[in-house]
Design a protein around this ligand. Sequence first.
Ligand code: FA5
Length: 335
Amino acid sequence: MTALIELQEQISLIKTDLAGRLPDIKDLDALESFRIEFLSRKGRIGELFAFLGRISSEERATAGQLLNALKQEATAAFDARRNDLQQGALAEKIEREKIDLTLPGVCRPLGHLHLLTQVQQEIESIFLRMGFDVASGPEIEDEFHNFEALNIPADHPARDDWDTFYIDDTMLLRPHTSPVQIRVMEQTEPPVRIICPGRCYRRDAQDATHSPVFHQIELLWVEEGLSLANLKYLLESFIHEFFGPGYTMRLSGDFFPFTEPSVQVHMRAPGATEWLEIMGAGMVDPAVLTNVGYDPEKVTGFAFGLGIERMAMLRYGIDDIRLFFGNDLRFITQF
Ligand code: FA5
């Protein structure tokens, strides 16, 4: 057998092998190994070029043509298969990721501000319009700002009034927002006109009107010439604006170590017989003004601390404070 005939047989074997195995190749990695087996320099087709050395010079041109044709044919077959595999993978991906635009969308309900936040913001906006600034202070407070500076010395029985959560010997969770009064006055010269909304903590037993965590808004106004009459007028304007007509306010005498005189403010909803205490208030005690370096002979002031939960309860007819913290959507979504 001449070398040319042998070469033709080899070529035909390779073609059969290629045609038989190529359709079974299912992924691009396998195809690449297969291509290397046939088409790399040392691959099965590459090796056939060695025949050229053994073939007579008359037949060498024919042999060369046959080999080049085989190489082209094989390359074209690999390219075609690669193309098929890539198209197939793409089609499969498209099929897998197909979105049915006719399906109804997934509806994510939008939340809204909690009723307590709404009420707090509304009260803030009323006082901002009256010319007050909003101040804030720490929820973890020291005894000095929470008690001493507010005229409540260590052995004062009033400290029992605030059954307080202590963090350690000197730090505590503030039971009221009044320490913010001190923090603001320490840093500001009169006149001072601020409100301070914030969270408070007390060891109060939980019931329909008490929660161990609740919210207050503190108000403080210090200036020359303020009297209890100004406080009463401010309260009436605020109550009227917040509740609208029909609500009744009642002031009664009370005691706070940091105000003198002190009052308790109760409110009654239209048609109701029960009064609900909403805030404590009073004229800032001269001792407190002196503690922060103010001259009580020159300036006077008044302050109050109101419970935000109680305001919301009165306005919306909510009879249990625990509803605010239960996170029951049937309650929350009503507001
Ligand atoms: C005080 O906390 C004083 N710091 C208020 C004050 C400020 C007086 C400035 C004078 C000058 P009292 O303990 O009364 O006072 O609380 C004020 C309001 O906070 C109450 O009227 C009530 O509305 C609310 N409150 C108090 N404790 C609770 C509680 N456990 N749960 C819900 N609300 C409460």
